[in-house]
Write a protein that binds this ligand. Structure first.
Ligand code: 6PG
Length: 466
């Protein structure tokens, strides 16, 4: 009997996706470039649901037509070389799916190259880490709708479910699926950084212990801040190092890595004129963290404000930090979704913002209760310019800005950096002003470069002989 789907690339993510498919009733052909990973997977589940192959040709020929091949290999050159290795054995109408964190422009190129050969290509954003891959990730497929329809039943079956609804929906043409995953990761970076800043304030400014902060995060996770990232932060803060007994968070070197997706989000925002400042600050915060040696040297030379740390009323400030974090998150998600909207318009993708929020509710790293609200907001008005101007968030922020303003200004006065919280406030204060000082800047450009300007009272381009 032929297999219903094949998985190539049997690292942790690929193996878990294959096991997930097998547990949902698919008969899965599995193949890896090297034999060891295939054997390791077969030790985890050796029954009639998974069938190992050791040659690309045997693997492809074991699949029912149209062949459905799910690739889970490291983004970059490896994706192209795997495609080229199986292409000679494929037939018209077969479907290749790339579930890795590929750059969306690479997915567009692959889509076009394969289309010319009659093979469908779906660039599929997958979020949820290794556990999600096994138990149900959030899935963002992009490519031809007719190809998606062929694989939709498998993808929805293996995805996470929220209220019985699958966290998988057709995103749009060509690279749209990987694009949505890319910005998901940009939002993820911002969300993680905002949480880290809330923790910093509670520890350094309010003077709470790590244990107390873990409790606060647990409490926050019961309310409107409920999210996977808040949940794991509480759990991380409770963890002790087995060697020293110290809190793990104090043992880990304060240098943050990254694998590219957040960086691509910022680069694309900059190239397309989209002000994703909070997301970009979160990326730069990682870069500054990695200057560890320089920071250690600078500490002896560069001084912050002098004076004693002011005693802060715990209860009041915990609530301020909660408000600041919530408002920072709203601003960061507003930027991510504004980036979706603008890029969708630029590319004619028609991205389903309401459904994107819905499939982010489960399985993915940024899953959070308030995505329900975001989805409702777009359900009521799919043309909304920015989440900040939705009645729900505008009203919420009216009160919560007090918390954010207090936290950011205390950070400024005490010399503690809060890049994403302060960037959120700057974004909010810039976005809510109909009049700005940009006129002066435009005048400067015209003064030295004759770049011209527009007027408030007349249409057309003008130049002044300054
Ligand atoms: C997910 C994650 C996952 C991964 C990324 C981003 O949605 O499951 O986003 O794709 O964690 O690699 O992480 P970096 O911090 O390494 O860039």
């Amino acid at each position: 009997m032929l297999n219903t789907i094949g998985v190539i690339g049997l690292g942790v993510m690929g193996s878990n996706i294959a096991l997930n498919m097998a547990s949902k009733g698919e008969t899965v052909a599995v193949y890896n470039y090297t034999r060891d990973l295939t054997d390791q997977l077969m030790e985890r589940r050796d029954d009639h649901a998974l069938h190992p192959y050791y040659e690309a040709q045997d693997f492809i020929q074991s699949l029912e037509a149209p062949r459905k091949i799910f690739m889970m290999v490291t983004a970059g050159k490896a994706v192209d070389s795997v495609i080229h290795s199986i292409l000679p054995f494929l037939e018209e109408g077969d479907i290749i799916m790339d579930g890795g964190n590929s750059f969306y422009k690479d997915s567009e190129r692959r889509y076009e190259e394969l289309r010319d050969k009659g093979v469908h290509f779906l660039g599929i954003g997958i979020s949820g880490g290794e556990v999600g891959a096994l138990t149900g990730p959030s899935i963002m497929p992009g490519g031809d709708k007719e190809a998606y329809d062929e694989v939709a039943s498998i993808l929805t079956k293996i995805s996470a479910k929220v209220d019985g609804e699958p966290c998988c929906t057709y995103i749009g043409p060509k690279g749209a699926g990987h694009y949505v995953k890319m910005v998901h990761n940009g939002i993820e970076y911002a969300d993680m950084q905002l949480i880290t800043e809330a923790y910093t304030f509670l520890r350094q400014n309010v003077g709470l212990s790590i244990e107390e902060i873990a409790e606060i995060f647990d409490t926050w996770n019961q309310g409107e801040l409920q999210s996977y990232l808040i949940e794991i932060t509480a759990s991380i803060l409770k963890k002790k190092d087995e060697v020293t007994g110290a809190p793990m968070v104090d043992v880990i070197l304060d240098k943050v890595g990254q694998n590219g997706t957040g960086q691509w989000t910022s680069i694309q925002a900059i190239q397309d004129g989209i002000p994703s400042t909070i997301i970009t600050e979160s990326l730069f915060a990682r870069y500054i963290s990695s200057l560890k040696e320089e920071r250690v040297q600078a500490e002896d030379l560069l001084h912050g404000p002098s004076g004693e740390r002011e005693e802060l009323n715990k209860e009041k400030w915990i609530e301020y930090v909660r408000q600041a974090l919530y408002m920072g998150k709203v601003c960061a998600y507003a930027q991510g979704f504004a980036q979706y909207k603008k890029t969708s318009e630029l590319n004619g993708w028609n991205l389903p913002l309401k459904d994107i929020a819905l499939i982010f509710r489960g399985g993915c790293i940024i899953r959070a209760q308030f995505l329900n609200v975001i989805s409702q907001v777009y359900g009521e008005n799919s043309e909304l310019a920015n989440l900040l101007v939705s009645p729900f968030f505008a009203d919420k922020i009216k009160d919560y800005q007090k918390g954010l303003r207090n936290v950011v200004s205390t950070g400024v006065l005490t010399g503690t950096a809060f890049p994403c919280l302060s960037s959120s406030l700057t974004y909010y204060d810039s976005y809510r002003k109909g009049e700005s000082s940009a006129s002066l800047l435009q005048a400067q450009r015209d003064y030295f470069g004759a770049h011209t300007y527009e007027r408030k009272d007349m249409t057309g381009k003008f130049h002044t002989n300054w």
